[in-house]
Design a protein around this ligand. Structure first.
Ligand code: NI
Ligand code: MN
Length: 222
Protein backbone atom coordinates (compact mmCIF):
# COMPACT_ATOMS: atom_id res chain seq x y z
CA UNK A 1 0.00 0.00 0.00
CA UNK A 2 1.19 3.47 -0.80
CA UNK A 3 0.57 6.64 1.13
CA UNK A 4 0.94 10.13 -0.29
CA UNK A 5 1.10 12.77 2.42
CA UNK A 6 0.91 16.52 1.88
CA UNK A 7 3.25 18.32 4.27
CA UNK A 8 2.04 21.79 3.20
CA UNK A 9 2.82 24.03 0.19
CA UNK A 10 4.69 21.78 -2.29
CA UNK A 11 6.20 19.37 0.22
CA UNK A 12 5.12 15.74 0.09
CA UNK A 13 6.04 12.31 1.34
CA UNK A 14 5.39 9.19 -0.72
CA UNK A 15 5.89 5.96 1.18
CA UNK A 16 4.99 2.30 1.37
CA UNK A 17 5.88 2.21 5.05
CA UNK A 18 9.39 0.86 4.37
CA UNK A 19 10.78 3.21 1.76
CA UNK A 20 9.96 6.92 1.82
CA UNK A 21 10.48 9.60 -0.78
CA UNK A 22 10.36 13.25 0.25
CA UNK A 23 9.40 15.61 -2.57
CA UNK A 24 10.45 19.29 -2.47
CA UNK A 25 10.75 19.41 1.31
CA UNK A 26 10.39 22.93 2.69
CA UNK A 27 9.22 22.98 6.28
CA UNK A 28 11.45 25.43 8.16
CA UNK A 29 9.74 28.80 7.53
CA UNK A 30 6.80 27.20 5.72
CA UNK A 31 3.70 28.73 7.38
CA UNK A 32 1.67 25.58 6.57
CA UNK A 33 4.30 22.99 7.50
CA UNK A 34 2.72 19.81 8.87
CA UNK A 35 5.91 18.56 10.48
CA UNK A 36 9.42 19.60 11.39
CA UNK A 37 12.26 19.01 8.97
CA UNK A 38 14.15 17.09 11.65
CA UNK A 39 11.30 14.59 11.93
CA UNK A 40 11.30 13.70 8.20
CA UNK A 41 12.55 10.16 7.57
CA UNK A 42 13.29 9.49 3.92
CA UNK A 43 15.80 7.45 1.95
CA UNK A 44 15.23 9.49 -1.23
CA UNK A 45 14.48 13.16 -1.90
CA UNK A 46 13.09 14.40 -5.21
CA UNK A 47 13.73 18.03 -6.11
CA UNK A 48 11.83 19.66 -8.98
CA UNK A 49 13.74 22.96 -9.09
CA UNK A 50 16.01 25.14 -7.05
CA UNK A 51 13.59 27.70 -5.56
CA UNK A 52 13.77 28.10 -1.80
CA UNK A 53 10.18 26.94 -1.24
CA UNK A 54 11.21 23.55 -2.73
CA UNK A 55 14.79 23.00 -1.62
CA UNK A 56 14.72 24.77 1.73
CA UNK A 57 15.28 21.68 3.87
CA UNK A 58 16.90 19.40 1.31
CA UNK A 59 20.47 19.65 2.65
CA UNK A 60 19.47 19.11 6.28
CA UNK A 61 17.10 16.20 5.55
CA UNK A 62 19.54 14.59 3.11
CA UNK A 63 22.40 14.82 5.58
CA UNK A 64 20.42 13.53 8.57
CA UNK A 65 18.99 10.58 6.62
CA UNK A 66 21.96 9.94 4.32
CA UNK A 67 19.30 10.19 1.59
CA UNK A 68 19.94 10.14 -2.14
CA UNK A 69 18.70 13.32 -3.81
CA UNK A 70 17.18 12.83 -7.26
CA UNK A 71 16.99 15.96 -9.38
CA UNK A 72 18.12 17.55 -12.60
CA UNK A 73 21.82 17.45 -13.44
CA UNK A 74 22.62 21.03 -12.40
CA UNK A 75 20.99 20.73 -8.97
CA UNK A 76 22.44 17.27 -8.38
CA UNK A 77 25.93 18.51 -9.25
CA UNK A 78 25.64 21.47 -6.88
CA UNK A 79 24.43 19.20 -4.06
CA UNK A 80 27.24 16.71 -4.68
CA UNK A 81 29.73 19.56 -4.49
CA UNK A 82 28.34 20.36 -1.05
CA UNK A 83 28.97 16.78 0.04
CA UNK A 84 25.53 15.22 -0.42
CA UNK A 85 24.64 12.07 -2.33
CA UNK A 86 22.76 12.98 -5.51
CA UNK A 87 21.60 11.42 -8.76
CA UNK A 88 21.30 13.81 -11.69
CA UNK A 89 18.82 13.12 -14.48
CA UNK A 90 17.18 15.33 -17.05
CA UNK A 91 14.00 16.03 -18.98
CA UNK A 92 12.57 13.00 -20.74
CA UNK A 93 14.90 10.55 -19.02
CA UNK A 94 13.81 7.54 -17.01
CA UNK A 95 15.70 5.50 -14.46
CA UNK A 96 14.94 2.52 -12.24
CA UNK A 97 15.79 3.06 -8.60
CA UNK A 98 15.46 0.41 -5.87
CA UNK A 99 11.96 1.73 -5.06
CA UNK A 100 10.72 1.99 -8.66
CA UNK A 101 10.89 4.00 -11.85
CA UNK A 102 11.23 7.75 -12.21
CA UNK A 103 10.60 9.76 -15.37
CA UNK A 104 11.66 13.40 -15.42
CA UNK A 105 9.10 15.62 -17.13
CA UNK A 106 9.38 19.21 -18.33
CA UNK A 107 7.92 22.02 -16.26
CA UNK A 108 7.45 25.60 -17.46
CA UNK A 109 9.01 27.57 -14.63
CA UNK A 110 12.35 28.95 -13.49
CA UNK A 111 14.98 26.41 -12.58
CA UNK A 112 16.56 28.58 -9.91
CA UNK A 113 20.02 27.47 -11.03
CA UNK A 114 22.25 28.55 -13.91
CA UNK A 115 21.84 26.39 -17.00
CA UNK A 116 19.06 24.38 -15.43
CA UNK A 117 15.45 23.64 -16.27
CA UNK A 118 12.45 23.20 -14.00
CA UNK A 119 11.12 19.65 -13.90
CA UNK A 120 8.40 17.37 -12.71
CA UNK A 121 8.46 13.63 -12.02
CA UNK A 122 6.39 10.59 -12.71
CA UNK A 123 7.09 8.09 -9.95
CA UNK A 124 5.99 4.52 -10.62
CA UNK A 125 6.42 2.85 -7.26
CA UNK A 126 4.57 1.11 -4.43
CA UNK A 127 1.86 -0.04 -6.84
CA UNK A 128 0.81 3.38 -8.12
CA UNK A 129 1.90 5.99 -10.59
CA UNK A 130 2.11 9.54 -9.33
CA UNK A 131 2.75 12.58 -11.49
CA UNK A 132 4.38 15.38 -9.50
CA UNK A 133 4.04 18.31 -11.92
CA UNK A 134 6.33 20.63 -9.96
CA UNK A 135 5.87 24.37 -10.29
CA UNK A 136 4.60 24.85 -13.81
CA UNK A 137 2.38 26.71 -16.18
CA UNK A 138 -0.23 24.70 -18.03
CA UNK A 139 1.27 23.10 -21.13
CA UNK A 140 -0.47 20.96 -23.69
CA UNK A 141 2.11 18.15 -23.50
CA UNK A 142 0.44 17.20 -20.24
CA UNK A 143 -1.83 15.31 -22.62
CA UNK A 144 1.24 13.36 -23.76
CA UNK A 145 2.22 12.64 -20.15
CA UNK A 146 -1.33 11.36 -19.63
CA UNK A 147 -1.04 9.12 -22.69
CA UNK A 148 2.42 7.79 -21.82
CA UNK A 149 1.96 7.27 -18.12
CA UNK A 150 -1.76 7.08 -17.30
CA UNK A 151 -1.07 8.38 -13.80
CA UNK A 152 -3.19 7.25 -10.88
CA UNK A 153 -2.60 10.57 -9.16
CA UNK A 154 -1.73 14.02 -10.48
CA UNK A 155 -0.17 16.36 -7.93
CA UNK A 156 -0.77 19.79 -9.43
CA UNK A 157 -0.04 23.36 -8.39
CA UNK A 158 -3.22 25.46 -8.45
CA UNK A 159 -2.19 28.64 -6.59
CA UNK A 160 -1.82 30.90 -9.63
CA UNK A 161 0.62 33.84 -9.70
CA UNK A 162 3.77 31.65 -9.80
CA UNK A 163 2.20 28.58 -11.44
CA UNK A 164 -0.99 27.66 -13.23
CA UNK A 165 -4.14 28.66 -11.43
CA UNK A 166 -7.34 26.69 -10.86
CA UNK A 167 -8.91 27.31 -14.29
CA UNK A 168 -5.81 26.13 -16.14
CA UNK A 169 -5.40 23.22 -13.74
CA UNK A 170 -8.88 21.96 -14.73
CA UNK A 171 -7.56 21.65 -18.29
CA UNK A 172 -4.48 19.86 -16.96
CA UNK A 173 -6.76 17.30 -15.30
CA UNK A 174 -8.75 16.86 -18.54
CA UNK A 175 -5.50 16.09 -20.36
CA UNK A 176 -3.85 13.92 -17.69
CA UNK A 177 -6.97 11.87 -16.83
CA UNK A 178 -5.76 10.71 -13.40
CA UNK A 179 -7.99 8.86 -10.94
CA UNK A 180 -7.12 11.35 -8.22
CA UNK A 181 -5.95 14.95 -8.18
CA UNK A 182 -4.03 16.37 -5.25
CA UNK A 183 -3.82 20.17 -5.53
CA UNK A 184 -0.82 21.82 -3.88
CA UNK A 185 1.08 25.14 -3.94
CA UNK A 186 -1.97 27.19 -2.89
CA UNK A 187 -3.14 29.07 0.23
CA UNK A 188 0.34 29.06 1.75
CA UNK A 189 0.24 32.86 1.68
CA UNK A 190 -2.08 35.55 0.29
CA UNK A 191 -0.57 35.78 -3.21
CA UNK A 192 -1.52 32.18 -3.95
CA UNK A 193 -4.87 32.11 -2.17
CA UNK A 194 -7.48 30.33 -4.30
CA UNK A 195 -10.86 28.69 -3.86
CA UNK A 196 -9.96 25.01 -3.79
CA UNK A 197 -13.58 23.94 -3.29
CA UNK A 198 -14.50 25.66 -6.57
CA UNK A 199 -11.58 23.88 -8.26
CA UNK A 200 -12.80 20.53 -6.96
CA UNK A 201 -16.35 21.24 -8.12
CA UNK A 202 -15.16 22.27 -11.61
CA UNK A 203 -12.93 19.21 -12.04
CA UNK A 204 -15.56 16.79 -10.82
CA UNK A 205 -18.23 18.37 -13.06
CA UNK A 206 -16.06 18.15 -16.17
CA UNK A 207 -13.95 14.99 -15.69
CA UNK A 208 -14.02 11.52 -14.12
CA UNK A 209 -11.18 12.48 -11.76
CA UNK A 210 -11.69 12.96 -8.04
CA UNK A 211 -10.03 15.89 -6.28
CA UNK A 212 -8.64 15.14 -2.82
CA UNK A 213 -8.56 18.34 -0.79
CA UNK A 214 -6.19 17.55 2.05
CA UNK A 215 -5.16 19.64 5.01
CA UNK A 216 -1.39 19.80 5.50
CA UNK A 217 -0.49 16.53 7.21
CA UNK A 218 -3.35 14.72 5.50
CA UNK A 219 -2.75 11.78 3.22
CA UNK A 220 -4.17 9.83 0.36
CA UNK A 221 -3.95 6.04 0.44
CA UNK A 222 -3.45 4.27 -2.84
NI1 NI B 1 9.23 27.79 -7.97
MN1 MN C 1 7.21 27.22 -5.69
Amino acid sequence: MARLTWLGHASLLYSDGRTSLAVDPWLEGNPKAAMKAEDVRAQFILVTHNHADHVGDVPAIARRNDALVISTFEIATALEQSGLRAHGMHLGGQHRFPFGRVRVTPAYHGSGIAGGHAAGFVVDAFGARVYFAGDTALFSDMRLIGDLEQPDVAVLPIGDHYTMGPDDAVLAVEWLRPRFVLPIHYNTFDLIAVDADAFKAAVEARTQSRVELLQPGGSLEL
